[in-house]
Each structure stands twice: as C-alpha cells, then as structure tokens.
Design a binder for this molecule. Structure first.
Ligand SMILES: [Mn+2]
Length: 332
C-alpha cells in the first residue's frame, strides 16, 4: 500500500523546487500512476481577469505548502484517513498560459490517466473555468454522467464572455451542455449578491439547476441544504462531482481570491457542507479561484483550500471505515 510520509514535512516528496506533494502523498507522474483511490493534481491556469486579476496559477504550489499543516488523523473524525484510502499527487498539468483550449485538452488527458488508474481526480485550480474540462474529461473517460454540486457566490452561466466560451464566467453553462450531464442533478450552494447577471437565475431555472441561495442556507442551515443537494445529485446512485469555488466563503475567511465578496459562508459552514456532500464518495473534486497573492502573506485562503481537500478525503474514507458523520458522535 502506498504510504504517506508523515514524520516531518521535510520528508515529503517534492513536486518541484521547494514544493512538497499534497499532504506528503507519494508523487507519481500521470503516466506512471499505480492503482489508487484518488489522485491530486494542480491546474495552474488563469485565463480571463474579470476584476483585479489574481494569479490563481500560483495556487497549486501554495495550497500544497499549506497542506503540510494537516495529517491523515483528524480529531473530529477520530480515525486515520489513509488507512482506508490510497492517494498520490501527480504534479501539475503542463498548461499553456493564454491558450485555454490546449491547456484544457492536456487536463482532460491527465484525467483520463487518473480514471485508468481506477482513481477519482482531485484538482487544485486554477480559476473556475478549469472545472469544465475536469468534468468533461471525467464524464467522457467514465462513459457516464454524475450529479454536480458547486459551492459558489456566482452562477457562472455566461454563454460567452468577450467571445471567450471557456473562461471562468461560463463553466456551469458548458457543464450543462455535456452529453452525460443532467442539469436537474446539478446544484449550486451559496449563490448571492450583486456580482451575478440578471439573466442567470432565469436561465438556471430553465435548465433545471437547483440553486440553494445563501439566504436559503441562512434560513435552513448548511446541514439541511447540503443533505438535499446530495440527495438530488446522487438520485441515480452515482457519487457527485464536487467543485468548491473559494469565493463562496466570506472575505473574512478567504480574502485570497479574484472575485472576492463579503457576507458569505463561514469557514465552518463550508467545512460542514464539504463533509456532507462528499460522504457518499465523489466522482471528482476540485477547489478553485484561490489567488494566494491577495492573502497578503497569511496564506489563510490556501490553508482553507487544503483543509477542504483533507475533509473530502476524510468523508470518502469514513464511508469505507463505517464512520460516517463521526463528528456528530464527537459532539455528544
Ligand atoms: Mn465564484
């Protein structure tokens, strides 16, 4: 069994330079993946800058560094995650900055390799545009569909933005056009506020996407909302693809992002939501829109991104260990 190196951060395999592998997982390039449950990769791509830019291309390296905070044992779950789940880090996609189509094609090829290894992909973005090729590559490699659950402030439903159909403004629209994706099994959690377009909500209704607004999360609580989203997304029995746009989280907890917004989810709420929507396993997982330079040196947003991946791993492993909702028992 592939084992993590856990004694000291310096023992972690190096992806490049001083960048460790995610959570000190074994480093295996895509063409040499052994049989695994999960494979982490970085997608250091940012295309369109819609506000203040923000180099999401730097996110995979910083998220990996901050992941060294976290080990396989989690007090809330009270078990060793990597006793039940094998995972590796296959490094970054060799992106061509400025060329989304070619970069996305390379991502899809890597996802195909990950599926061939029997694993599910775990992507460190990148702007939100990269969720589209990840879902496309996955559904094409699997030859089937799955539900999709997205945490996001924005609905990202532009047909195109300045003639670009592959930008961070359009991934949800592109995903809903995929052959095997049923938009009625697609959910967005945490949408809010004045940085959405007036045509998006009617379009979401027409497509049949279930939008859980932040107001609904406030009223019903994250637990109820995440449970309903999971039931919708897994209605045909397959685990969902889960995408976390870090800008769903309040700027107080996640300032390091391009379309930063206030009045959003707390870090506790996004952790709770991530745990619940991943508890039946995942088809794939990503965390996107982290722009480390806007963290002002704290790397707090990258730490949250790494934590959410760790929580996803715990949720998936807990299902195998028969420890679902372990944190509920801890609270008693
Ligand atoms: Mn967003």
């Amino acid at each position: 069994m592939l084992k993590r190196v856990i004694e000291h951060p310096e023992q972690a395999p190096r992806i490049y330079g001083d960048v460790p592998s995610f959570m000190a997982l074994p480093h295996q390039p895509p063409h040499a993946l052994s049989k695994l449950d999960a494979v982490v990769f970085g997608m250091p791509f940012d295309g369109l800058a819609t506000l203040r830019g923000g180099a999401t291309r730097h996110a995979p390296a910083v998220i990996r560094k901050m992941s060294m905070l976290y080990g396989g044992y989690n007090l809330d779950w009270d078990f060793e995650v990597f006793d039940y789940l094998t995972a590796a880090d296959c490094g970054d996609i060799d992106v061509v900055l400025g060329n989304a189509a070619e970069s996305y094609r390379r991502l899809e090829m890597a996802v195909a390799e990950i599926v061939r290894a029997g694993a599910f992909p775990v992507m460190l973005g990148g702007d939100h545009g990269v969720t589209y090729p990840a879902v496309k590559g996955l559904t094409e490699s699997l030859g089937r569909g799955f539900g999709v659950i997205i945490f996001d402030t924005h609905l990202d439903l532009c047909e195109q933005y300045r003639n670009d159909r592959l930008s961070r403004a359009s991934p949800l629209k592109r995903i809903c056009e995929l052959e095997h994706i049923d938009p009625t099994r697609v959910c967005v959690i945490g949408a809010k506020g004045p940085r959405n377009l007036p045509e998006w909500m009617p379009l979401a209704r027409d497509l049949g996407i279930r939008i859980f607004t932040l107001a609904e999360v406030d009223t019903r609580g994250m637990r109820a909302v995440a449970e309903e989203a999971l039931a919708l997304a897994t209605s045909e029995g397959c685990p969902p693809y889960v995408s976390v746009d870090i800008d769903a989280v309040d700027a107080a907890f996640a300032p390091g992002t391009n379309s930063v917004d206030v009045g959003g989810l707390t870090s506790r709420e996004i952790i709770m939501g991530t745990r619940i929507v991943c508890e039946r396993g995942v088809a794939g997982f990503d965390v996107v829109e982290v722009a480390p330079e806007w963290d002002g040196g704290s790397h707090i947003t990258s730490a949250l991104a790494a934590r959410l991946v760790a929580e996803m791993f715990a949720a998936v492993a807990a299902k195998r260990a028969g420890k679902s909702r372990a944190w509920d028992f801890m609270a008693q």
